[in-house]
Design a binder for this molecule. Structure first.
Ligand code: HEM
Length: 471
């Protein structure tokens, strides 16, 4: 089946979604002999519920996943059993702290005000075309650096500087996808000989690791100096103090192990950077091509806040964006059609039967197409391909609960995304501030199609023109 897969590579997600829809939700993919590429592909919600929740103990990320994603180290994304549990407990306690919400709000607000809106302003004054995906990529990279490492590399500046660590991070992710579509022996040989995509991967990882190493080293130095001059208990006592995550790990949790700090930081970068870029890019494309939906979002903001007095540019805070139900629904709908992580894979430990009736041998790979699930007629009905925020809103005007094994964009079961709430906060703050202040128009004939990577980005970016909204 590999030649067919390669032939359809340019429309991989759509062709898998169509095939799964036609065959009733599940099929077995058989690759070349000895290539180690066989798997069961599914978008059946009952299979998702079974693998990700009910029989969770029988399905792990597994050794093949860890090999492909070796650059993630021992972080939460690749870990299983006890290692995974302790990472999850740690990150959960970091994220649920009230101070973390404050750090998030402060960081996003500062970046929207200081970089994002000024760049949109300048673009509209010059009347030039802007790649909105590139803007979001830089925006999210600066934010995740500030939140995790306490350092803003200012990738999002007017002149779009070339920032080596950002470029390296993008290249490492591209290489991981490549490892999914070539036989294991091929990429391993390339890695051994240091040729092709694997050579790129090694170089990119080295650059990004050097960046992380220097951030960790300077954080150690900063804390050492601080401890010399101040009493420990003076630190972080004020309500205004919102330490970055690396500082919290080192100070409060007394983590010294360099590899642990490196792996945790890297995993948080992957978790919280491209996913948000992807969600924002597809959302803005959908909203720009659905003017009625855009008008309703703006109407909701107007109805709730009017124009906030004294603010030249309106930027909403955490509590304010919680009130925006229609915006929330529009984002859920966009995350359904374009899930930032389009695939997920799990490996069976023991033999099993899926609810679809398919037999699973020990070691079998089960691949969930989140993209196909978001478009599966059995879940969403005949209009599954339409962008309709209304399907998320009840008659009483609140968000309809959809079980996570049907709306899988944030995963389901014990490994559900830990960043779901904070993602909605970020997405809503950015979406509201741009939609309120600017009119975004996608340039005519722009080719919008998904790229091939582990995160669903746009192959050709999102080229737009920006004009001011006169509210
Ligand atoms: C729109 C944005 C986001 C989407 C769609 C999303 C989606 C997902 C998905 C599908 C997974 C499961 C991945 C897998 O197991 O292979 C996941 C896991 C995870 N996400 Fe998110 N995510 C988003 C944003 C974030 C953010 C901002 C953070 C925090 C910085 C975050 C933290 C995590 C963590 C720590 C896990 C691992 C959970 C575990 O394995 O126990 N995510 N996310």
């Amino acid at each position: 089946m590999l030649p067919e897969l390669i032939l359809n590579l340019s429309q991989l997600h759509d062709s898998i979604a169509k095939h799964l829809n036609d065959v009733g939700g599940t099929y077995k993919f058989i690759g070349p002999l000895f290539a180690n590429m066989d798997f069961i592909a599914t978008c059946d919600p009952l299979n998702a519920h079974h693998v990700l929740s009910k029989n969770f103990v029988n399905y792990e990320k597994g050794p093949i996943f860890r090999e492909i994603f070796d650059v993630f180290g021992d972080g939460i994304f690749t870990a299983d059993s006890e290692k995974w549990k302790s990472s999850r407990t740690l990150l959960h306690s970091l994220f649920k702290d009230r101070k973390f919400d404050m750090l998030l709000e402060k960081t996003i607000h500062k970046k929207i005000k200081g970089s994002l809106l000024p760049i949109l302003d300048q673009t509209q004054q010059q009347g030039r075309v802007l790649d909105l995906q590139e803007v979001f990529n830089r925006f999210t990279f600066d934010n995740i650096c500030s939140i995790v490492l306490g350092f803003d590399p200012n990738c999002l500046s007017i002149d779009f500087p070339n920032v080596a660590c950002e470029k390296a991070f993008n290249e490492a992710e591209e290489s991981i996808f490549y490892r999914h579509i070539v036989p294991t022996s091929v990429w391993k040989l390339q890695r051994l000989l240091q040729i092709g995509q694997e050579k790129k991967m090694t170089k990119a990882c080295k650059t990004f690791d050097q960046f992380l190493d220097s951030c960790i080293a300077s954080k150690h130095e900063e804390l050492r100096k601080f401890n010399k001059t101040k009493k420990d208990q003076d630190y972080g006592n004020s309500d205004d103090d919102c330490d970055d995550l690396l500082t919290t790990l080192m100070r409060e949790m007394h983590e010294e192990d360099h590899k642990f700090l490196r792996d945790t930081s890297f995993n948080l970068f992957v978790a919280g950077r491209d996913t948000i870029t992807s969600a924002l890019t597809w959302f803005f494309w959908l909203v720009s091509t659905h003017p009625l939906i855009k008008a309703k979002i703006i109407e909701e903001i107007k109805h709730n806040f009017g124009a906030k007095e004294g603010d030249e540019k309106m930027i909403l805070g955490v509590e304010e964006v919680r009130k925006l139900v229609y915006l929330h629904a529009s984002l859920c709908e966009s995350l359904r059609l374009f899930p930032p992580i389009p695939f997920e894979r799990k490996q069976a430990i023991k033999s099993d039967y899926l609810p679809s009736g398919d037999y699973v041998k020990p070691g079998t790979m089960v691949l969930f197409s989140l993209y196909a699930m978001g478009r599966y007629e059995n879940i969403w009905g005949k209009d599954s391909l339409e962008y309709k925020p209304e399907r998320w809103i009840s008659e009483r005007g609140s968000i309809i609960y959809v079980p996570s094994y049907k709306f899988l964009s944030f995963n389901a079961g014990p490994r559900t995304c830990l960043g779901k709430d904070m993602s909605f906060i970020q997405l809503k703050m950015v979406a509201a501030s741009i939609l309120w202040n600017y009119h975004i128009e996608v340039i005519e004939d722009h080719n919008v199609s998904p790229n091939l990577s582990i995160v669903l980005a746009m192959e050709h970016g999102l080229k737009v023109r920006v004009t001011k909204n006169n509210m």
